[in-house]
Ligand binder design. Structure first.
Ligand code: PLP
Length: 396
């Protein structure tokens, strides 16, 4: 069927965190383009599956169906030619809860975790909440494209400027595709960074929640699919919440091929982090089995939104520079030219442009002077937001 993503559907009465405008901004005349969910209705087969399940009026304790595991196994094979075993798959109600469990399971208090800077902001607090320290590995920005900083990574392991004797780095949390900078890391890049991590006996947690949201010509490579060695030293986090816009019925797919790591994860979660609920599981299976027609249309729409955004900034708001994303519907906007500090930049976008972005500095020290904008909305809203920014910049 053909979906109409141009239609603006009000979400203000639907418990949407994104559209809770008054508490967020103090007024309702702000276009919210922050948290990563899409202003598009979900795939019809998912709605149908949920409806069918709600009509069976028993919501008791549930188990994981074999057919759901099969759907996950066959999606990994179909999308990435990655053969996984059903027993490697663990389901959680969200990726962030899984990251919390993984940190507790694989570290001791006081250990260190490498994060790229900038990166999805809850990574920083998640590490610290679990008694570990974050070690920032700032990325390099070369000609508008972010890259891993391998020299810095190696230095972090060997002890910064002689300040530490032995590294306590036990994990790296990788974001691929990267939120907020939009990179889809290549096999070569992943191989180099992975070898460094593994050679220092650290484990890679690869957050791949945005892995199916790719622009033309891009291919996602699950970290663990690269080699048997990578498979045995990593945890891959995927799921339906970004791709199929299901963050409110969370069911994440955490793939842990190494039995020792998987048992540690399961022991740590026991009694604390439950399985996703029935609706999360039903939605996930419907998404993986029947959501692809919808997804193809969403990806086409996002590509147009991105092309429109890139052209608009280039032609009409050249003082701001867009870091062109390869994946995700999140656009990283370099606003350093405006010469505003973090608080002034925040006020400028919220009060003068009347658009609700995420402030770059929350993603780490290297995010200062940037803003993150979510372009997964009907074109009319996107165009209105861009016009507001153009007018505000012209009046600065
Ligand atoms: C990279 C990344 N990881 C995790 C999450 C949140 O995942 P969940 O809602 O499944 O906990 C997001 C949400 O935007 C994200 O961008």
């Amino acid at each position: 069927m053909k979906y109409d993503f141009d239609r603006v559907i009000s979400r203000t009465e639907s418990d949407s965190a994104k559209w809770n405008l008054k508490p967020l901004y103090g007024n309702e005349d702000v276009i919210p383009m922050w948290v990563a969910d899409m202003d598009f209705p979900i795939a019809r087969p998912i709605t149908e599956a949920l409806r069918k399940r709600t009509e069976h009026e028993f919501y008791g304790y549930s188990y994981t169906r074999t057919s759901l595991l099969e759907a996950v196994v066959s999606r990994m094979q179909k999308k990435y030619s990655w053969k996984i075993e059903p027993e490697w798959v663990v389901f959680t109600p969200g990726v962030i809860p899984a990251l919390n469990v993984a940190i507790r399971a694989f570290t001791h208090p006081g250990d260190e975790v490498i994060l790229q800077d900038p990166v999805y902001h809850p990574f920083w607090s998640t590490v610290e909440q679990n008694g570990c320290r974050t070690v920032a590995n700032p990325m390099l920005l070369n000609h508008g494209r972010y890259q891993f900083n391998l020299d810095d990574l190696e230095k972090k392991f060997s002890g910064r400027e002689g300040m530490r004797s032995a590294s306590r780095i036990k994990l790296m949390i990788l974001c691929n595709p990267h939120n907020p900078v939009g990179r889809v890391w290549t096999t070569q890049e992943l191989t180099t960074v992975g070898k460094t991590i593994i050679s220092h006996d650290a484990v890679m947690i690869s957050d791949e929640i945005h892995c199916e949201l790719l622009y033309k010509g891009q291919q996602h490579v699950p970290f663990a699919s690269i080699s048997r060695e990578f498979e045995q030293n990593s945890v891959v986090c995927q799921g339906d919440s970004k791709t199929f816009n299901l963050a409110g019925v969370p069911a994440s797919t955490i793939i842990i091929p190494n039995a020792k790591l998987r048992h540690a994860f399961n022991n740590t979660r026991s009694g604390i982090l439950p399985q996703p609920d029935i609706f999360g599981m039903v939605a996930l299976e419907a998404a993986y089995r029947e959501g692809d027609e919808w997804l193809a249309q969403v990806l086409g729409y996002l590509q147009h939104n991105l092309d429109f955004t890139l052209a608009f900034f280039k032609e009409r708001i050249p003082r701001l520079t867009v870091i062109k994303p390869e994946g995700t519907y999140l656009v990283w906007l370099d606003c350093r030219n405006l010469g505003l500090d973090n608080m002034a930049l925040r006020a400028f976008f919220r009060e003068k442009a009347r658009v609700g972005f995420d402030d770059g500095y929350i993603f780490g020290p290297s995010g200062a002077g940037f803003q993150r904008m979510n372009i997964a909305c009907p074109r009319a809203l996107l165009e209105e937001a861009l016009k507001r920014i153009e007018s505000a910049v012209n009046h600065l």
